[in-house]
Design a binder for this molecule. Structure first.
Ligand code: F0G
Length: 435
């Protein structure tokens, strides 16, 4: 038996270009390949010959840690630290992120051809979105490197998460937001957590482009998902899903796509479990975009994922209002490696799916509902079959975008009634009769 099987090795990592394969030990401020400027990913050369014993030992260690209250074990990210870059305990910035519920849906299967459907509710993270797992990992790197400022461009959730984790770490956060295109709950969060908020007269893609310049001229650590350490935190959702399913592999995982880091991270997480012999096959990871912001759908359809077709984005699911996604190459690889589908759904389909989730007590924000809308489409196409198990990733909390819900639901409130029990009962009788 190899030593690695008994004592899992501390993971030393390198950064590898996802396009030309160049390997480098450290990255520039923009986390781009020094040769071809494409994105980098974190890899762990020692795993190449770690063997299955290593994988099995990890399963045991991770299970044991679930009973521990130490911050590094209570975190649904750092609990999996053998598969993450090494960070000293004192530099881990954590708030028990991850640890989100996997909820079996009751109504959704009826609309999805009968498949078993579970919702992995990433909106139950500390700031209400999946971003917290990635920000915990990346901001811990920033702390290790001694940064005082962190920054991001955002459609809202990243900014809320960056602001909260920076506050926890005693750092200052700078967030660039597209003016008028961020749901008010997210903007309020960033402000309340103390971020320096700058609203720009452009969209998310424009904000990110400007931030490229800013980080060359101002000493702030970039926390957008160009930063490959973000994906290391976000990939842990794959490990949690497998634990919660007692290591029974789902047939499908369906996730909304915006800047395309989350789908990439999920793909990486499942691929690593596969590589370590912890799962025998990969679930198909499917990516769903809004029809008005569908660059990956067009890219896959029109050139099989070879070169990005950017679009001018428009959707009321503002979290995924992105036309020029940074991680498109990684996402295209996740689709190819797992055999997943890439589809788009209309505004109406998103609204309908969101209302359906709400009606079964599992709220989420509009972008998250794209995953259920996508499942319904994939079931109609026969891509998802009635005897299969599907995990929908719900990326954000329902209260992030209250205006969207009120617009859709406020018509259900009758006009103001007299403050009188009889008026209430008369109204209830009317509602019952109509039901
Ligand atoms: N769902 C929600 C709720 C999001 O906030 C995002 C992205 C996505 C899905 C798409 O994830 O970008 O990894 O493909 N929000 C980013 C932000 C862009 O700034 O908060 P992705």
């Amino acid at each position: 038996m190899k030593t690695a099987a008994i004592n899992p090795p501390a993971a030393t990592h390198v950064l590898r270009c996802v396009h030309c394969g160049t390997v480098q030990a450290t990255a520039s401020r923009m986390f781009r390949c020094s040769q071809c400027s494409e994105l980098l990913e974190v890899t762990y050369p020692e795993w190449a010959d770690a063997g299955r014993e290593f994988g099995l030992r990890l399963k045991e260690i991770w299970r044991e840690r679930r009973g521990s209250n130490l911050p590094e074990n209570a975190s649904g990210v750092w609990r999996f630290r053998e598969l993450l870059p090494q960070i000293e305990r004192g530099n881990m910035v954590t708030m028990c992120e991850g640890n989100t519920p996997l909820i079996e849906l009751q109504q959704a299967p009826r609309n999805a051809g009968g498949a078993r459907v579970l919702a992995k509710h990433q909106g139950m993270n500390p700031t209400g979105s999946f971003k917290d797992t990635g920000i915990s990992a990346a901001i811990s790197m920033a702390k290790s490197e001694g940064f005082n400022f962190v920054c991001c461009a955002s459609t809202g959730n990243t900014s809320a998460s960056v602001a909260a984790y920076a506050a926890r770490a005693g750092m200052k956060s700078i967030v660039l937001l597209p003016v008028g295109q961020v749901a008010s709950g997210k903007l309020a969060q960033a402000l309340e957590y103390g971020a320096y908020v700058l609203q720009l007269q452009t969209d998310f893609d424009g904000c990110l482009k400007i931030l490229h310049e800013v980080v060359q001229r101002f000493p702030a650590y970039l926390l957008n998902s160009l930063n490959p350490y973000r994906l290391e935190g976000q990939k842990t959702v794959a490990f949690e899903i497998m634990e919660q399913l007692d290591w029974n592999i789902p047939h499908h995982v369906i996730v909304p796509g915006g800047n395309l880091a989350n789908s990439s991270a999920l793909g990486k997480g499942f691929m690593e479990l596969h590589q370590l012999g912890l799962i025998s096959r990969l679930p198909k990871i499917s990516i769903i975009q809004a029809a008005g912001a569908n660059p990956l759908v067009r890219t896959m359809r029109e050139n099989g994922g070879e070169s990005l077709i950017a679009v001018k984005p428009e959707t009321r699911a503002t979290a995924i209002r992105i036309g020029n996604p940074a991680s498109w190459r990684k996402a295209a690889a996740a689709l190819k490696n797992t055999g997943g589908a890439c589809e788009d759904v209309s505004e109406q389909e998103i609204a309908q799916a969101k209302a359906e989730l709400g009606a079964e007590g599992v709220g989420c924000e509009p972008a998250s509902a794209a995953s259920l809308a996508g499942l319904k489409k994939l079931a109609r196409m026969g891509f998802v079959k009635p005897d299969e198990t599907v995990v929908l990733v719900l990326t954000g909390h329902m209260l992030k975008d209250v205006d969207y819900m009120l617009d859709a639901q406020v018509k259900r409130i009758p006009g103001p009634l007299d403050a009188d029990p009889s008026a209430v009962v008369r109204n209830l009788e009317k509602i019952y009769a109509a039901d």
